[in-house]
Ligand binder design. Structure first.
Ligand code: NAP
Length: 266
Protein backbone atom coordinates (compact mmCIF):
# COMPACT_ATOMS: atom_id res chain seq x y z
CA UNK A 1 0.00 0.00 0.00
CA UNK A 2 1.42 3.41 -0.91
CA UNK A 3 0.46 6.42 1.18
CA UNK A 4 -0.98 8.89 -1.28
CA UNK A 5 -2.11 12.13 0.29
CA UNK A 6 -4.22 13.24 -2.70
CA UNK A 7 -4.11 16.91 -1.68
CA UNK A 8 -3.37 18.33 -5.13
CA UNK A 9 -5.72 21.17 -6.15
CA UNK A 10 -6.74 22.00 -2.59
CA UNK A 11 -6.15 25.39 -0.93
CA UNK A 12 -4.62 26.05 2.48
CA UNK A 13 -4.07 28.98 4.84
CA UNK A 14 -0.93 28.64 6.98
CA UNK A 15 -0.60 31.29 9.69
CA UNK A 16 2.95 32.09 10.72
CA UNK A 17 3.94 30.58 7.37
CA UNK A 18 7.05 32.71 6.90
CA UNK A 19 9.26 30.81 9.37
CA UNK A 20 9.79 27.64 11.39
CA UNK A 21 7.01 25.06 11.56
CA UNK A 22 4.64 27.20 9.47
CA UNK A 23 7.14 27.61 6.61
CA UNK A 24 7.98 23.88 6.65
CA UNK A 25 4.24 23.07 6.50
CA UNK A 26 3.60 25.56 3.69
CA UNK A 27 6.47 24.02 1.69
CA UNK A 28 5.20 20.49 2.29
CA UNK A 29 1.65 21.42 1.23
CA UNK A 30 2.88 23.25 -1.87
CA UNK A 31 5.01 20.24 -2.79
CA UNK A 32 1.81 18.17 -2.77
CA UNK A 33 0.19 20.56 -5.26
CA UNK A 34 -1.77 22.62 -2.71
CA UNK A 35 -2.33 26.36 -3.30
CA UNK A 36 -1.03 28.06 -0.17
CA UNK A 37 -1.69 31.44 1.47
CA UNK A 38 0.89 32.25 4.14
CA UNK A 39 0.13 34.98 6.67
CA UNK A 40 2.42 36.80 9.09
CA UNK A 41 3.58 40.34 9.90
CA UNK A 42 7.01 41.01 8.44
CA UNK A 43 6.80 41.63 4.66
CA UNK A 44 10.50 40.93 4.00
CA UNK A 45 10.30 37.53 5.71
CA UNK A 46 7.09 36.81 3.77
CA UNK A 47 8.80 37.68 0.47
CA UNK A 48 11.77 35.42 1.30
CA UNK A 49 9.39 32.60 2.24
CA UNK A 50 7.43 32.94 -1.02
CA UNK A 51 10.69 32.77 -3.05
CA UNK A 52 11.77 29.74 -1.00
CA UNK A 53 8.44 27.96 -1.56
CA UNK A 54 8.32 28.83 -5.28
CA UNK A 55 11.78 27.32 -5.75
CA UNK A 56 10.18 23.91 -5.15
CA UNK A 57 9.27 22.09 -8.35
CA UNK A 58 5.47 21.92 -8.11
CA UNK A 59 3.64 22.30 -11.39
CA UNK A 60 0.35 24.16 -11.04
CA UNK A 61 0.41 25.14 -7.35
CA UNK A 62 0.45 28.81 -6.31
CA UNK A 63 1.57 30.61 -3.17
CA UNK A 64 0.51 34.05 -1.95
CA UNK A 65 1.70 36.07 1.04
CA UNK A 66 -0.71 38.07 3.19
CA UNK A 67 0.74 40.59 5.57
CA UNK A 68 -1.34 40.34 8.75
CA UNK A 69 -1.02 40.82 12.49
CA UNK A 70 -3.16 37.99 13.82
CA UNK A 71 -3.69 39.70 17.17
CA UNK A 72 -6.12 41.94 15.22
CA UNK A 73 -9.61 40.65 14.35
CA UNK A 74 -9.71 42.73 11.15
CA UNK A 75 -6.48 41.14 9.91
CA UNK A 76 -7.96 37.67 10.45
CA UNK A 77 -10.87 38.67 8.20
CA UNK A 78 -8.38 40.04 5.65
CA UNK A 79 -6.50 36.71 5.53
CA UNK A 80 -9.70 34.79 4.83
CA UNK A 81 -11.18 37.24 2.30
CA UNK A 82 -7.86 37.59 0.40
CA UNK A 83 -7.46 33.81 0.19
CA UNK A 84 -11.03 33.37 -1.07
CA UNK A 85 -10.60 36.19 -3.61
CA UNK A 86 -7.44 34.55 -4.93
CA UNK A 87 -8.31 30.85 -4.77
CA UNK A 88 -12.15 30.68 -4.32
CA UNK A 89 -11.90 28.01 -1.64
CA UNK A 90 -10.26 27.18 1.69
CA UNK A 91 -10.00 23.44 2.27
CA UNK A 92 -7.27 23.52 4.90
CA UNK A 93 -6.43 25.80 7.82
CA UNK A 94 -3.12 25.41 9.66
CA UNK A 95 -3.31 27.61 12.77
CA UNK A 96 0.30 28.06 13.78
CA UNK A 97 1.29 31.69 14.53
CA UNK A 98 2.34 31.98 18.16
CA UNK A 99 5.06 33.78 20.09
CA UNK A 100 4.43 33.64 23.87
CA UNK A 101 7.36 34.80 25.97
CA UNK A 102 9.10 32.64 28.53
CA UNK A 103 9.98 34.19 31.89
CA UNK A 104 9.57 33.86 35.63
CA UNK A 105 5.98 34.18 36.91
CA UNK A 106 6.64 37.06 39.33
CA UNK A 107 7.99 39.13 36.44
CA UNK A 108 5.09 38.22 34.12
CA UNK A 109 2.79 41.20 33.66
CA UNK A 110 -0.87 41.11 32.63
CA UNK A 111 0.25 42.29 29.20
CA UNK A 112 2.56 39.31 28.79
CA UNK A 113 -0.40 36.97 29.41
CA UNK A 114 -2.82 39.03 27.31
CA UNK A 115 -0.40 39.17 24.33
CA UNK A 116 0.01 35.39 24.34
CA UNK A 117 -3.73 34.73 24.66
CA UNK A 118 -4.64 37.35 22.06
CA UNK A 119 -2.33 36.02 19.35
CA UNK A 120 -2.56 32.29 19.84
CA UNK A 121 -5.79 31.48 21.68
CA UNK A 122 -8.05 34.18 20.22
CA UNK A 123 -6.15 34.24 16.90
CA UNK A 124 -6.76 30.52 16.33
CA UNK A 125 -10.39 30.75 17.49
CA UNK A 126 -11.08 33.75 15.24
CA UNK A 127 -9.61 31.98 12.21
CA UNK A 128 -11.72 28.88 12.85
CA UNK A 129 -14.81 31.09 13.19
CA UNK A 130 -13.99 32.90 9.93
CA UNK A 131 -13.18 29.78 7.87
CA UNK A 132 -15.89 27.39 9.09
CA UNK A 133 -18.95 29.02 7.39
CA UNK A 134 -17.16 28.62 4.03
CA UNK A 135 -16.10 25.02 4.75
CA UNK A 136 -19.57 24.22 6.08
CA UNK A 137 -21.16 25.33 2.81
CA UNK A 138 -18.82 22.97 0.93
CA UNK A 139 -19.33 20.06 3.34
CA UNK A 140 -15.58 19.58 3.83
CA UNK A 141 -12.82 21.10 5.92
CA UNK A 142 -9.55 20.14 7.59
CA UNK A 143 -8.08 22.18 10.43
CA UNK A 144 -4.86 21.62 12.37
CA UNK A 145 -4.01 23.69 15.43
CA UNK A 146 -0.29 23.69 16.28
CA UNK A 147 -0.48 23.81 20.07
CA UNK A 148 2.43 22.69 22.32
CA UNK A 149 3.37 20.35 25.13
CA UNK A 150 3.02 23.00 27.86
CA UNK A 151 -0.76 22.79 27.43
CA UNK A 152 -0.92 19.46 29.26
CA UNK A 153 2.41 19.59 31.10
CA UNK A 154 2.81 23.08 32.58
CA UNK A 155 6.25 24.62 32.97
CA UNK A 156 6.87 27.34 35.57
CA UNK A 157 8.68 29.66 33.15
CA UNK A 158 6.12 29.34 30.37
CA UNK A 159 2.74 30.00 31.98
CA UNK A 160 1.38 32.49 29.43
CA UNK A 161 2.05 30.08 26.56
CA UNK A 162 1.00 27.04 28.61
CA UNK A 163 -2.36 28.46 29.64
CA UNK A 164 -3.02 29.49 26.03
CA UNK A 165 -2.15 25.97 24.84
CA UNK A 166 -4.34 24.33 27.52
CA UNK A 167 -7.30 26.44 26.43
CA UNK A 168 -6.63 25.56 22.77
CA UNK A 169 -6.72 21.85 23.54
CA UNK A 170 -10.07 22.41 25.26
CA UNK A 171 -11.29 24.39 22.24
CA UNK A 172 -10.04 21.85 19.66
CA UNK A 173 -11.73 18.95 21.41
CA UNK A 174 -14.79 20.97 22.41
CA UNK A 175 -15.64 22.20 18.92
CA UNK A 176 -14.84 18.94 17.08
CA UNK A 177 -18.28 17.33 17.56
CA UNK A 178 -20.11 20.36 16.23
CA UNK A 179 -17.78 20.64 13.21
CA UNK A 180 -18.10 16.90 12.50
CA UNK A 181 -21.75 17.52 11.55
CA UNK A 182 -20.43 19.47 8.55
CA UNK A 183 -17.61 16.98 7.75
CA UNK A 184 -15.01 19.39 9.10
CA UNK A 185 -12.20 17.73 11.04
CA UNK A 186 -10.10 19.62 13.61
CA UNK A 187 -7.04 18.25 15.40
CA UNK A 188 -4.11 19.50 17.44
CA UNK A 189 -0.42 18.76 17.08
CA UNK A 190 1.63 19.45 20.19
CA UNK A 191 5.31 19.75 19.36
CA UNK A 192 7.95 19.51 22.03
CA UNK A 193 11.24 21.31 21.42
CA UNK A 194 11.50 21.89 17.66
CA UNK A 195 14.47 23.47 15.88
CA UNK A 196 13.13 26.91 14.86
CA UNK A 197 14.01 30.57 15.52
CA UNK A 198 11.39 30.55 18.25
CA UNK A 199 13.16 27.68 20.06
CA UNK A 200 16.34 29.82 20.06
CA UNK A 201 14.42 32.80 21.49
CA UNK A 202 12.80 30.65 24.19
CA UNK A 203 16.20 29.19 25.14
CA UNK A 204 17.55 32.75 25.61
CA UNK A 205 14.51 33.78 27.71
CA UNK A 206 14.71 30.61 29.83
CA UNK A 207 18.43 31.12 30.39
CA UNK A 208 17.72 34.63 31.66
CA UNK A 209 14.86 33.46 33.91
CA UNK A 210 16.97 30.65 35.43
CA UNK A 211 20.26 32.59 35.58
CA UNK A 212 22.11 30.02 33.47
CA UNK A 213 23.62 30.03 29.96
CA UNK A 214 21.76 29.32 26.72
CA UNK A 215 24.03 26.27 26.21
CA UNK A 216 23.01 24.96 29.66
CA UNK A 217 19.31 25.40 28.80
CA UNK A 218 19.79 23.51 25.52
CA UNK A 219 21.71 20.73 27.28
CA UNK A 220 18.89 20.46 29.87
CA UNK A 221 16.31 20.30 27.09
CA UNK A 222 18.04 17.43 25.31
CA UNK A 223 18.68 15.63 28.61
CA UNK A 224 14.93 15.67 29.35
CA UNK A 225 14.01 14.08 26.01
CA UNK A 226 14.09 10.26 26.09
CA UNK A 227 14.90 10.08 22.35
CA UNK A 228 17.66 12.69 22.92
CA UNK A 229 16.81 14.72 19.85
CA UNK A 230 15.12 18.01 19.01
CA UNK A 231 12.42 17.62 16.35
CA UNK A 232 12.87 19.24 12.94
CA UNK A 233 10.02 21.48 11.66
CA UNK A 234 9.61 19.11 8.68
CA UNK A 235 8.52 16.33 11.09
CA UNK A 236 5.66 18.48 12.38
CA UNK A 237 4.80 19.41 8.77
CA UNK A 238 4.64 15.75 7.74
CA UNK A 239 2.18 14.98 10.51
CA UNK A 240 0.06 18.02 9.61
CA UNK A 241 -0.12 16.79 6.00
CA UNK A 242 -1.26 13.36 7.13
CA UNK A 243 -3.95 14.90 9.36
CA UNK A 244 -5.38 17.09 6.58
CA UNK A 245 -5.41 14.21 4.09
CA UNK A 246 -8.17 11.65 3.59
CA UNK A 247 -5.84 9.07 5.15
CA UNK A 248 -6.97 10.62 8.46
CA UNK A 249 -10.67 10.74 7.47
CA UNK A 250 -11.77 9.30 10.83
CA UNK A 251 -9.49 11.39 13.02
CA UNK A 252 -10.95 14.47 14.68
CA UNK A 253 -10.90 16.13 18.10
CA UNK A 254 -7.56 14.63 19.03
CA UNK A 255 -4.08 15.81 19.99
CA UNK A 256 -0.92 14.19 18.67
CA UNK A 257 2.25 14.81 20.64
CA UNK A 258 5.65 15.04 18.94
CA UNK A 259 8.11 15.39 21.83
CA UNK A 260 10.58 12.52 21.66
CA UNK A 261 8.76 10.72 24.48
CA UNK A 262 9.15 13.55 27.02
CA UNK A 263 5.60 13.43 28.35
CA UNK A 264 4.24 9.89 28.27
CA UNK A 265 0.80 9.75 29.80
CA UNK A 266 -2.37 7.72 29.74
N1 NAP B 1 9.53 25.58 18.16
C1 NAP B 1 9.14 24.93 19.24
O1 NAP B 1 9.95 24.35 19.99
C2 NAP B 1 7.66 24.83 19.57
C3 NAP B 1 7.26 23.98 20.61
C4 NAP B 1 5.92 23.88 20.92
C5 NAP B 1 4.97 24.62 20.22
N2 NAP B 1 5.38 25.45 19.22
C6 NAP B 1 4.36 26.25 18.52
O2 NAP B 1 4.50 26.12 17.12
C7 NAP B 1 4.07 27.33 16.49
C8 NAP B 1 5.16 27.81 15.53
O3 NAP B 1 6.35 28.00 16.26
P1 NAP B 1 7.77 28.19 15.54
O4 NAP B 1 8.76 27.65 16.48
O5 NAP B 1 7.73 27.72 14.15
O6 NAP B 1 7.86 29.81 15.57
P2 NAP B 1 8.78 30.85 14.73
O7 NAP B 1 9.90 30.16 14.06
O8 NAP B 1 9.07 31.97 15.67
O9 NAP B 1 7.75 31.38 13.62
C9 NAP B 1 6.60 32.08 14.06
C10 NAP B 1 5.80 32.54 12.86
O10 NAP B 1 4.62 33.23 13.37
C11 NAP B 1 4.60 34.56 12.83
N3 NAP B 1 3.99 35.47 13.81
C12 NAP B 1 4.44 35.78 15.04
N4 NAP B 1 3.62 36.69 15.60
C13 NAP B 1 2.64 36.95 14.69
C14 NAP B 1 1.51 37.83 14.68
N5 NAP B 1 1.23 38.66 15.70
N6 NAP B 1 0.70 37.83 13.58
C15 NAP B 1 0.99 37.03 12.52
N7 NAP B 1 2.03 36.19 12.49
C16 NAP B 1 2.85 36.17 13.56
C17 NAP B 1 6.08 34.88 12.54
O11 NAP B 1 6.24 35.91 11.54
P3 NAP B 1 6.31 37.49 11.92
O12 NAP B 1 7.12 37.60 13.18
O13 NAP B 1 6.90 38.15 10.73
O14 NAP B 1 4.88 37.91 12.13
C18 NAP B 1 6.54 33.53 11.99
O15 NAP B 1 6.11 33.37 10.65
C19 NAP B 1 3.77 28.33 17.62
O16 NAP B 1 2.37 28.37 17.84
C20 NAP B 1 4.49 27.73 18.81
O17 NAP B 1 3.90 28.08 20.04
C21 NAP B 1 6.71 25.58 18.87
Amino acid sequence: MSLELKLSGKTAIVTGGSAGIGLATAKALYSEGVNVAIASRNQERLDRAVADIQSLPTPGAKVIAISADLTKAEDVEKVVSTTLAQFNQIDILINNAGSARAGSFLESTDDLFLDAWNLKLLGYIRLVRAVVPHQKSRGDGRIVNIVGGAGRTPRPNFLAGGTSNAALLNFTKGISKELAEYKIRINAISPGATATERAETLARQNAQAQGITVEQVKAQNIQNIPLKRIAQPEEIAALALFLVSDLAASITGTEIIVDGGSTPGV
